[in-house]
Design a protein around this ligand. Sequence first.
Ligand code: F6R
Length: 247
Amino acid sequence: MRIIKAKDYDDMSRKAANIMASVITLDPSCTLGLATGSTPIGLYKNLIAAYENGNLDFSKVHSINLDEYKGLSGDNDQSYRYFMNANLFDHVNIDKNKTYVPNGLEEDSDKACADYNEIIRSVGGIDIQLLGIGGNGHIGFNEPGEAFEKETHCVDLTESTIKANARFFESMYEVPKQAYTMGIKNIMAAKKILLVATGSAKADALYKSLYGPITPNVPASILQLHQDVTVVADEDALSLIKEKGLL
Ligand code: F6R
């Protein structure tokens, strides 16, 4: 596992974008595993800038996103499809037919998940999987306690996640109650993992994930067993690891 120290959010975004850009440059028809959330927005801005400067070509790239709310269409501004279009796809020359997000409108969960696993296989697997991390160590929507051996599956969102997301919706009742997420098994099958973390709210999760016991109670701790993980984190996110004298 490589840990790359960044000064702050902008530095983290730049450094992580450079890693992702190098994967695209070396293999223009690679498959990117992508994440939503606030952490990767700066990284995506850097990729857009590299495209605008003529340094990156997305025309042959495939992408696979980690997760999507069940019940939301891509037109809903809270859907992860909408997020990806707004924060990356609409600004680069990626072919949207080669970008995949779980189908939130598929009501049959077994079908939605089996279809998504098949898509991942059909593009030849994921070359680099970008991950953010939850304050409790979650990756994708794999919350503490989720079995490591799962592929794409449907999760019931916890009461606290529903409450936390309620601010983005008209009312709490409109917040989706379920989501489709790639499982830990899909994530671990990616050739490379790039985990980004910023801010002191992630310090405890990062310390437990990188140096604590490997346990489903801290989903990201499984990454210790992956052979090619790069963590790009800023000083605040690395503060506890540093305090423990591990860095
Ligand atoms: C996003 C995802 C989540 C986030 C995590 C961190 O697709 O699956 O696991 O990566 O919740 O979110 P932020 O970056 O908003 O702190």
